[in-house]
Ligand binder design. Structure first.
Ligand SMILES: *Cc1c(COP(=O)(O)O)cnc(C)c1O
Length: 794
């Protein structure tokens, strides 16, 4: 579109006047952002159409990735980069007196997700398009993404997030492709032409309107689609109370994860799940029918991937469409469905495994319930034949039991592939959590270790490091990230290491500046930046990190001259609004921060920073500046982690347990380039007779830290942290915080000691960057494409 910078400037100015009805001199940054965004979207529309035509004419297989979350962050800079026009636009704007960095800041993060799972989906979209693969996303266009977090007097406060306030420049509304989704009502069955027909009467119908967002590949003319569904009243509402109907309807795409502690909330969540699934499957089948006739061939042309169990109703919904609308019999429909659907498991934490009460499920989704019921009947019969008389096993494995629908079981039975997200996680699924299912479907299980897009997390967010790498080994690593390994030849090159150090130092200065602006606190840019950023969860053990900080504080108070290398502990974390314990930990971090940062006897050596509202755009500023990556979950609990990979790719060194993908990081970099501590997964899973009180009694460092928690350390708030104290001592410390304390303190000493040897540290850092190519999501996506989906870019 822009043959030159001059051409770009000309079009930009024209466009701005047309769109905003203002002269350039009068225009605001918002106007300039909107103009640029619309120009880019139009610029890709040709390739968007031709990509779709190419897929259709090839008549190959396409994959649809269904996810309740897509944590996209900002798109402006990554779109410009993938199109290869970032430099041109940057310079063109500069000549007009506009700073592209400032324009970038105008864009709200698309925060349509909670954390790792949603960010994975976003990285996968980028890798699919950049690998030229026919893969598209389906999600929900939540009016409010994840809440905005403010810290007020140390407590988390949640504000509604308003990412659509200025409209969204990237999306295209396609009302003509809307789909009606029915809820409630009754199913009437009758025979016609010798077949049973089902009629859904008195349903509340919600219209799903697609908003399509282009997903731009890296320098390859591919533009895939992310389709986000918006819930709207149907055009002809036949309702007694129209206002109430309208409210009920719009609520479906209003919030990400509405509170589900009561039945009303549960209904809303299940509604969201079926809304996503029904609209998406309907749209997929429609598009299939445009170029094919025979639904029995569906699975040769379509793969539907479900990201965790939230979209698992894709299974009964596809059955319903194949049978009730396509006229297939049960056996044929089942064969097609189970050959079309693949499933990723993201957790083994039992509280996170979805179950829905039948009393909610059945009335809300009457036809879908009938189908799930039939799937369950047939599955139990099969089990009975295999394990005659073993009622206990059958009850455990059933999809519906004790008036609950178990979504993971439905996914295991109704899909052809089940994958875990890191080698250790997949082993735990096979050998423990899902062992019953592994015994009957061993061929379904496989591992796909997570990844991150190196384009966003290195090329875009750490441009100086990316340039240094290219200077060192050429630019091929951008297309083939495994080539980062060639950096290893600089391990003994002190000039190169020195430049690596300078870049890290500059990134740290930038973050320090940002921290000062945001919190008013001046941190020492020469201190070790020790970072833990991720959702707040008991199993992620931010608490272990805080207890260590309190311990360091105690050491400094006891012996002011004790050698502690200056450190800045940086946290970022949102807690789920109803998660009382997690919110207490946030309060604890902030309380410790206040005390440490204000104490002149220690604050030259220790600082504690809590950055509020952790999100993708903030993450992009943090990773490049980190020295130490905290990955300290209780072994066996973190399925994979992806934050660990972003840190590694930016040259931070991991202190971590052998959990999730940390295990694979360790294998790649070797024992000398990572700090491993704590119990191993099998030790945690098989632990006999843990008594946290013993650690309290026998380790006086622990005793002093915990006593401080409830008396004296924080003046006037002795009961604030009782719940934390109790969890560790009265409730026997479910996550082995005290058990791993000693090991963690030792590992942290080793971190300090190693950091003082800068040359060694830089070598470790370089090794981590060099080995991080394995964790590009391009590698992950190509494994999915080959092993699960059977798609290619030809
Ligand atoms: C990568 C990422 C996560 C996941 O972090 P983990 O440490 O793997 O839990 C969560 N939130 C955001 C904003 C991220 O970028």
């Amino acid at each position: 579109m822009f043959s030159s910078k001059e051409e770009f400037k000309k079009q930009f100015l024209q466009r701005l006047e047309m769109m905003c009805g203002k002269s350039f001199a009068e225009s605001s940054k918002d106007d300039q952002f909107d103009t640029l965004g619309h120009m880019i979207r139009e610029h890709v529309s040709k390739n968007w159409i031709s990509t779709n035509e190419r897929y259709r004419s090839k008549n190959g297989k396409q994959v649809y990735y269904l996810s309740i979350e897509f944590l996209l962050g900002r798109l402006l800079r990554s779109n410009l980069m993938n199109l290869g026009i970032d430099k041109l636009v940057d310079e063109g704007l500069r000549e007009l007196g506009i700073n592209l960095n400032e324009i970038e800041e105008i864009e709200s993060d698309a925060g349509l997700g909670n954390g790792g799972l949603g960010r994975l989906a976003a990285c996968f979209l980028d890798s699919l398009a950049s690998s030229g693969l026919p893969g598209h996303g389906f999600g929900i266009r939540y009016k409010h993404g994840l809440f905005e977090q403010k810290i007020v007097e140390g407590y988390q406060v949640e504000l509604p997030e308003l990412w659509l306030r200025h409209g969204q420049v990237w999306e295209v509304r396609k009302a003509d492709l809307s789909v009606e989704v029915p809820f409630w009502g009754k199913i009437k069955s009758f025979e016609e032409n010798g077949r049973l027909q089902f009629l859904h009467e008195d349903a509340e119908r919600i219209t799903a309107v697609p908003y399509d967002v282009p997903v731009i590949g890296y320098y390859n003319d591919t533009v895939n689609t992310l389709r986000l569904w918006n819930a709207e009243p149907s055009p002809f509402p036949i309702h007694r109370n129209v206002m109430k109907y309208k409210r009920n309807t719009e609520m479906v795409s209003e919030f990400l994860y509405p509170d589900d502690t009561n039945d009303e909330g549960k209904i809303l969540r299940l509604k969201q799940q079926y809304f996503l699934v029904s609209a998406s499957i309907c749209s997929i089948v429609r598009s299939y029918m445009k170029s094919h006739r025979n639904l029995k061939q569906f699975h040769h042309h379509v793969c539907i991937h479900i990201n965790d169990t939230h979209p698992v109703l894709a299974i009964p919904e596809l059955m319903r469409i194949l049978m009730d609308e396509g006229g297939l019999g049960w056996e044929d429909a089942w064969e097609v469905t189970t050959a079309s659907i693949s499933y990723t498991n993201h957790t083994t934490l039992s509280e996170a495994l979805e179950k829905w009460p039948v009393r909610i499920f059945q009335p809300l989704l009457p036809r879908i319930y009938m189908i799930v019921h039939e799937i369950n009947e047939r599955f139990c019969k099969q089990l009975w034949e295999k394990y005659p008389g073993d009622w206990q096993r059958i009850e455990q494995m059933a999809i519906i039991a004790h008036d609950q629908v178990k979504m993971a079981h439905l996914a295991l039975v109704g899909s052809f592939s089940v994958n875990g997200v890191a080698a250790l996680h997949t082993e735990i699924l096979k050998n423990r959590e899902m062992n019953d299912f592994y015994q009957i479907f061993p061929e379904k299980f496989n591992n796909k270790t997570n990844g991150i897009t190196h384009r966003r997390w290195l090329l875009k967010s750490n441009q100086d490091l990316a340039s240094l790498i290219t200077e060192g080994i050429g630019s091929e690593w951008i297309r083939q990230p495994l080539k980062l390994q060639e950096l290893l030849r600089y391990r003994d090159d002190s000039a190169f290491l020195e430049r690596l150090k300078t870049i890290k130092q500059q990134n740290k200065l930038k973050l320090a500046k940002r921290i000062r602006e945001q919190t008013g606190i001046q941190i020492d840019p020469l201190s070790i930046f020790d970072v833990q950023v991720k959702r707040l969860h008991a199993y992620k053990r931010q608490l272990l990190n805080v207890l260590h900080i309190i311990h360091l504080y105690n050491c400094l108070k006891d012996e002011p001259n004790v050698h502690i290398y200056p450190r800045t502990f940086i946290f970022g974390a949102k807690a789920s609004p109803g998660y009382y314990y997690a919110k207490k930990i946030i309060k604890l971090i902030n309380t410790v921060a206040e005390k440490v940062n204000k104490d002149p006897e220690v604050n030259k050596k220790l600082k504690v920073i809590f950055l509020e509202n952790y999100r993708v755009s903030l993450a992009e500023e943090i990773f490049p500046a980190a020295d130490v990556s905290e990955q300290i979950s209780t072994a066996s609990k973190e399925a994979s982690g992806t934050g660990n990979m972003k840190f590694m790719m930016n040259g931070a060194i991991t202190i971590g347990t052998l959990d999730g993908a940390n295990v694979e990081i360790k294998e790649l970099v070797g024992d000398d380039n990572i700090f491993i501590f704590g119990l191993k997964a099998d030790e945690v899973l098989n632990y006999q007779g843990y008594r946290s009180l013993e650690y309290y009694h026998f380790d006086k460092r622990i005793r002093k830290v915990l006593e401080g928690l409830i008396s004296g350390f924080f003046p006037n708030i002795d009961d604030e942290f009782e719940a934390i104290y109790d969890s560790l001592l009265m409730e026997n410390d479910q996550y082995f915080v005290l058990r791993d304390f000693d090991s963690y303190v030792s590992a942290q000493k080793k971190v300090t000691y190693t950091y003082t040897n800068q040359e060694q540290w830089l070598k470790m850092s370089l090794t981590n960057i060099a080995q991080s190519g394995h964790f590009s999501s391009d590698r992950t996506i190509n494994e999915y494409a080959t092993d699960i989906w059977g798609i290619d870019s030809k």
